[in-house]
Design a protein around this ligand. Structure first.
Ligand code: SF4
Ligand code: SF4
Length: 425
């Protein structure tokens, strides 16, 4: 079997790219004729849904999709008519409801937000900012145990520069977003995370925290440990330690929404081309990726690969009809000649994965349990839940074992089992 390292890089130490100066403005992608939105959940029967094909929707209108949906909703980024409702199966068989909207020539905007924005509080944040660029976990902000917000002015994965760009270019909007978060949630402990030697005299009312440029120092769990000084225990999340992480893009969108009295749905995405060069584009959420490729003159050939996210943690998709989602920060187009293949070779026990693992997991042992689908043992004996999913182990593995995929499947399956058990109780 052909074996090749992911991007042809061999060095075990990887560094984030940083801007030397503010890059050119992102290229605007024209408004598409159709957009596709995804809502998490299974489509059992269309009759059970709270929306229907043929229904007219406005830009920014709050739509309930499933009955008993725990406060989740969808907001169309453009007005139009719902053309098709279908099911979409994502990674590991996770189900979504896919909603295709034919976009109006003349846009009709829902005015509820403009009326509500006069009063800034947690309800305003929760009821309007779930689907904005950056996809902030706004439901967490309603949780009284959260007392710290970390704004990520950088991206966790390599080559993706979306949030770094936004932090450099939209100071006023981010400052406004910080003001709204303070006022709306009452949380004063807010810090902005940037790379060392980047930024920033423009951010005066927020604590600046700086991280090293060596991958994966920008991962939230490592930030908590190395910068805040709190270790995230196995199986716990940052919110269990009272911390909510928001991307700079989502804070910018919150600031812009409250200033302009209209919710923005323009998403900035880093596109990494086949030759490794990257460019920033600005597209409405829901825009099919094929529209971005067209504007960027990127031709897809058979066996080329599209990856959503960065090179270490991104996931491959099988169609260029896949839309830009609220949290799509990066898109990589890989030439078929550069596509790395995983192998079914055995672990040779070289120990490279253990040496690079920032979570100090005994990855060589963990892999043995994951290959045998013994997920409960992997969790209880080999620290599965301590994994931060940085992908370094898979990157260095000479046997090209798809370790990160194994880990993600195991966590997904364990979470699904837990959910089913809770339902049956
Ligand atoms: S992905 Fe691999 S290297 Fe990264 S934390 Fe998990 S086990 Fe360790
Ligand atoms: S790097 Fe790969 S081959 Fe080496 S010990 Fe880890 S899993 Fe085994």
């Amino acid at each position: 079997m052909k074996k090749k390292s992911f991007l042809g890089l061999q060095a075990p130490k990887l560094f984030y790219e940083t801007f030397k100066s503010i890059p050119p403005n992102p290229q605007k992608i024209p408004i598409p004729d159709e957009i596709i939105l995804f809502h998490e959940g299974a489509l059992v029967k269309k009759d059970n849904l709270l929306i229907k094909e043929g229904e007219k929707v406005k830009k920014g209108q709050k739509l309930s999709i499933l009955p008993n949906d725990n406060g989740r909703y969808l907001m169309p980024p453009l007005s139009g008519v719902i053309k098709v409702i279908d099911k979409f199966v994502g990674n590991f068989g996770k189900e979504y409801i896919s909603i295709k909207i034919g976009v109006d020539k003349e846009q009709e905007i829902d005015d509820q937000f403009a009326k509500d924005v006069v009063q800034i509080n947690t309800d305003l944040i929760k009821n309007n900012f779930q689907c904005i660029p950056g996809k902030p976990p706004v439901m967490l902000l309603d949780n009284k145990t959260i007392d710290r917000i970390i704004i990520k002015g950088l991206d966790s994965d390599l080559l993706v520069m979306t949030n770094q760009y936004i932090t450099r270019s939209y100071t006023d909007k981010i400052n406004k977003g910080i003001e709204v978060l303070r006022e709306g949630t009452g949380i004063n402990n807010i810090s902005l995370l940037v790379f060392k030697n980047q930024l920033s005299s423009e951010y005066k009312n927020v604590e600046i925290r700086q991280v090293d440029t060596q991958y994966p120092s920008a991962f939230p769990e490592l930030v908590m440990k190395n910068i805040v000084g709190k270790e995230v225990p196995q199986g716990k999340k940052l919110e269990d330690l009272g911390t909510c992480v928001l991307s700079a893009e989502s804070v910018k969108a919150i600031g812009a929404a409250c200033e302009d009295k209209t919710i923005p749905f323009n998403k900035i995405v880093t596109v990494i081309k086949k030759d490794g060069s990257s460019v920033l584009v600005e597209a409405i959420i829901g825009t099919p990726i094929k529209d971005i490729l067209l504007i960027q003159n990127i031709e897809l050939k058979e066996k080329d690969r599209i990856i959503v996210g960065g090179p270490m943690t991104g996931y491959a998709i099988y169609t260029d009809e896949f839309p830009v989602l609220p949290d799509t920060d990066g898109i990589i187009i890989q030439d078929s000649n550069d596509v790395s293949l995983f192998s079914d070779n055995y672990c040779i026990n070289c120990g490279d994965c253990i040496r690079v693992c920032p979570a100090k997991i005994q990855v060589n042992m963990l892999v043995r349990f994951l290959e045998a689908a013994q997920y409960v043992d992997a969790e209880s004996t080999y620290d599965l839940q301590s994994c931060i999913e940085c992908g370094l182990c898979a990157y260095v593995c000479p046997s090209k074992i798809p370790i990160l995929q194994y880990i993600k499947i195991a966590k997904f399956e364990l979470a699904r089992t837990q959910e089913l058990e809770a339902e049956n109780d």
